[in-house]
Design a protein around this ligand. Structure first.
Ligand SMILES: [Zn+2]
Length: 143
């Protein structure tokens, strides 16, 4: 397995801090989950990936198209990353998980990011979430 993805990149730590401040518990790097999400909330079945804009080709992001030499060399790798990201997301969703991708560049706007995380944790993240199963008060009461 190639790719030098370090385990504790700064953006990831930052996201964890935001989540901790918001009072959410989490498990790190669940190896038994597709794609080994950076942060996973087992009980809530929510997974967060913290992605570098270049490595994961953040669409429309300046950082994704950083001028790099040897683009012929990088392109297939980057395309593989993207394909893998999409497959992991699908696999998680197939298991009933919600998936949120946090981009490296979003760290620059902590307030916006915090709101995004909050919305995701509350299950109110718009777009891409078309679960038809949403009965009123369907959740079992918390013990
Ligand atoms: Zn970006």
């Amino acid at each position: 397995m190639r790719g030098n993805k370090s385990t504790d990149t700064k953006p990831e730590i930052f996201v964890r801090q935001l989540l901790r401040l918001a009072g959410y518990g989490y498990r790190l790097h669940r190896k038994d989950l597709p794609g080994k999400p950076d942060i996973a909330f087992i009980g809530r079945r929510k997974a967060v990936f913290v992605h570098g804009c270049f490595w994961h080709q953040h669409k429309g992001c300046k950082r994704a198209s950083k001028p790099k030499s040897r683009m012929d060399y990088w392109r297939p790798k980057l395309e593989r990353n993207q394909a893998r990201d999409a497959a992991n997301k699908k696999a998680l969703e197939a298991r009933g998980w919600s998936v949120l991708t946090v981009w490296e560049c979003e760290i620059k706007q902590p307030a916006t990011l915090a709101a995004k995380l909050q919305a995701f944790m509350d299950g109110k993240h718009g777009g891409g979430c078309h679960s038809a199963v949403d009965p009123n008060g369907g959740d079992p009461p918390q013990p």
